[in-house]
Design a protein around this ligand. Structure first.
Ligand code: FMN
Length: 179
């Protein structure tokens, strides 16, 4: 069975970004794909910020990346780019960590003015990590996701349609990789 590692680059769990992560997880699980989520902000902050390549917990997450055949990077847009939180994690990945893998970037932002921000800033980093295929990502406007008080999330039609379209293509590409 195919498995996908989701790298979440938000700064907290109580965020609509977690709603994007949850949506992607449910979609992939419903297609029979295993998912593991790495919430970068829950890792050792000092190790991340000092680029400590010896941190045991962070290095253990590399096994999740290693065994996955697809990677989804979910990041908020901060200052017209993907989050620095994501970058601290990607910097600690071993050379060629994404070799043989298909990578899908998903961005959550407040303005469509930055719809291409992730593509311009993140794609070169993904390529540097050796990804075979970088999928055309999806920018989701934050106002199209609602954080409910009970910890669940609501999705406007725009968010749902966009995510479905993007994830469908990602899954069908994965099927080709598997064959
Ligand atoms: C410091 C900061 C900078 C941001 N910069 C941008 C930006 O440049 N472009 C954009 O589209 N959204 C930007 N946003 C909006 C966030 O990406 C968006 O509102 C957030 O991911 C939604 O998550 P939340 O549910 O935790 O608020 C910024 C938000 C913050 C806090």
């Amino acid at each position: 069975m195919a498995s996908v590692a989701i790298i979440a680059g938000g700064n907290k769990i109580q965020s609509r970004l977690t709603g994007v992560v949850a949506y992607a997880e449910t979609y992939l699980n419903n297609k029979g794909i295993d998912t593991d989520v790495i919430h970068v902000h829950q890792l050792d902050a000092e190790a991340l910020i000092t680029a400590d390549f010896t941190n045991k917990t962070i290095n253990e997450t590399h096994q999740i990346i290693d065994k996955a055949d697809g990677i989804v990077i979910v990041s908020p847009v901060f200052k017209a780019a993907y989050s620095g939180i994501v970058k601290t994690y990607l910097d600690l990945l071993p050379r060629g960590a994404f070799t043989g893998k298909t990578v899908l970037p998903l961005a959550l932002g407040g303005t469509f003015a930055h719809v291409l921000a992730i593509q311009y800033s993140l794609d070169p980093v993904i390529k540097e990590l050796g990804a075979d295929t970088i999928h055309k990502g999806r920018f989701i406007l934050d106002k199209h996701i609602t954080a409910n008080e009970d910890g669940t999330y609501g999705y406007d039609q725009e968010a749902e349609e966009g995510l479905n379209k993007t994830l469908k293509k990602f899954v069908s590409d994965k099927a080709q990789v598997k064959e």
